[in-house]
Write a protein that binds this ligand. Structure first.
Ligand code: UD1
Ligand code: CA
Length: 471
């Protein structure tokens, strides 16, 4: 669709979003499954490959502009101050783009469910029809608050009337303005110059371009979206959670259709960028966030959270919380395992119940089965870390490294006081505090020798007299 490549996409995001009731987060920066509202809109806009991508900012402009620079450095932020309406916002956006020719697309920063497919179809239809304006519309059950699409007897779009300006008859119309448009750049500029504030809100309405074009004899088209949900605008936190649930279902369905088993879509929250291969399985109660990837044959959950975590083929992660971890092929994690950034589990390795691992490598076939903390350590292959082992990596000031070789047996309840190295094939005795290196093949013992005191219990009871007997 190279001929449909827009000259510019303008994202309107200057509004305050008062109904979010947030003192800290501007409306368009609220989060929805891995992207902000603005992030979703900018991603769809970017998919059109426009020459210019302009975001109109106003309220909390510093925060919004900084975020934009992070998510799409090639986009430009343009400040609209004061915010004198959607028509004014587009005037401001175009002021810096002289000699613009071709198609200008306008989208709303608070409508994150609009897909790049719909946007692409809108632009294609617009270019094919040669219209001066094409408005994306939707037929909805409850049009309250939206601008209404007024059509003539032949079905042509005549005008958009804002809810606040509409009479009872117009308010009964169920076809609404999504706020998304494709315009011919030159015709748009003409009409923007003719806008007035003669309306209920005293603002320059972008929607008035439709009637201006119509009156000037320029063709206006309406493109009805197949799924009205795509036009949903987010104004408060109720709508935010509704949109999140809709997006969740959309994302889960995409994975299911691509061959992923998702047992319970309603309790499965997968961010947009998460990649899952066919024949992976996601069980109930899972959250997969950020840049997480799950390979074929892996089983996630139930009740597991993965953040920026890579799970390789055939691995399983049960009832665990993993952030920034890499879980190798056929590795097994959980239940109740906490993997932190830099945890790398080798092929066929295991991190079991109540185990926390941070910035450490567990080699192929090695196991940390129970109740352990492993931090800043490298564990070789086929080694076993006994229950309740703690890598004492922090001396209160600095973190230190621990190296454990291949085929090592760390006895239960060993404290490995870093920096320390355990050679290949070495053992440590259960309950040891290991403060010195243990060479290959050696046994490290670091504990007090047991004393056994014969008859101690009877003597103790005797000293407590009658009381001791009664209890
Ligand atoms: C707008 C449309 C309405 C449509 C609805 C769809 C107009 C006049 N009305 O109404 O027909 O049905 O969207 O959701 O266009 N913005 C700016 N600068 C401004 C004003 C708004 O950037 O001066 C931005 C807002 O941040 C928001 C978007 O434009 O992202 C829409 O503004 P909003 O005030 O929410 O318009 P609505 O009243 O919802
Ligand atoms: Ca709105």
């Amino acid at each position: 669709m190279t001929d449909a490549r827009p000259a510019a996409v303008v994202v309107l995001a200057a509004g305050e979003g008062t109904r979010m009731k947030s003192a800290r987060t501007p409306k368009v920066l609220h989060e929805l499954l891995g992207r902000t509202l603005l992030g979703h809109v900018v991603a769809s806009a970017r998919a059109l490959d426009p020459e210019h991508l302009v975001v109109v900012v106003g309220h909390a402009r510093d925060q919004v502009t900084a975020h934009l620079a992070e998510i799409d450095p090639a986009a430009t932020a343009v400040v609209q101050d004061p915010q004198n309406g959607t028509g004014h916002a587009v005037q401001v956006a175009l002021a810096g783009l002289a000699d613009l020719q071709g198609t200008v697309v306008v989208v709303l920063g608070d409508a994150p469910l609009l897909t790049e497919q719909t946007l692409g179809e809108l632009v294609e239809g617009h270019v094919r029809s040669g219209a001066a304006t094409t408005v994306l519309t939707a037929v909805v059950d409850d049009p309250t608050g939206y601008g209404r699409i007024v059509r003539d007897g032949a079905g042509g779009v005549v005008a958009i009337v804002e809810h606040k300006d509409a009479d009872a008859q117009v308010r009964r119309l169920a076809e609404i303005n999504s706020g998304v448009f494709a315009f011919d750049a030159a015709r748009l500029r003409e009409a923007l110059g003719a806008l007035t504030t003669d309306n209920a809100q005293g603002e320059l309405y972008l929607t008035d371009v439709v009637a201006l074009h119509r009156r000037a004899g320029h063709p206006v088209a309406g493109h009805v979206v197949a799924d009205a949900v795509e036009t949903m605008g987010i104004n408060d936190r109720v709508q935010l959670s509704q949109a999140r649930a809709l997006l969740r279902d959309r994302i889960v369905e995409r994975h299911q259709r691509a061959g992923v088993t998702v047992t319970d879509p309603a309790s499965t929250w997968i961010d947009v960028q998460v990649a899952i291969e066919a024949d992976a399985e996601v069980r109930p109660g899972c959250q997969l966030h950020g840049s997480t990837t799950v390979a074929a044959g892996a089983v996630i959950g139930p009740d597991t959270t993965l953040v920026d975590t890579a799970v390789a083929t055939g691995a399983s992660v049960l009832r665990s919380h993993c952030v920034g971890a890499r879980i190798g092929e056929r590795a097994s994690v959980g239940p109740f395992t906490y993997l932190r950034p830099g945890a790398v589990l080798g092929i066929g390795s295991r991190a079991g119940a109540f185990v926390e691992i941070k910035a450490s490598t567990v080699g192929a076939g090695s196991k940390v089965p129970h109740l352990s903390y492993v931090g800043d350590a490298v564990i070789g292959e086929r080694s076993n870390i006994g229950a309740a082992t703690v890598v004492v990596n922090y001396d209160g000031r600095d973190k230190h490294a621990t190296r454990i070789g291949d085929d090592v047996r760390i006895g239960s309840d060993t404290m490995l006081v870093a920096p320390v190295t355990i050679g290949d094939g070495a053992y440590t005795a259960a309950g040891s505090v290991i403060t010195q290196d243990v060479p290959a093949g050696a046994l490290g013992v670091g504990r007090a020798r047991q004393r056994t005191i014969e008859g101690w219990v009877a003597r103790k009871r005797g000293s407590r007299g009658e009381q001791g007997k009664q209890s």
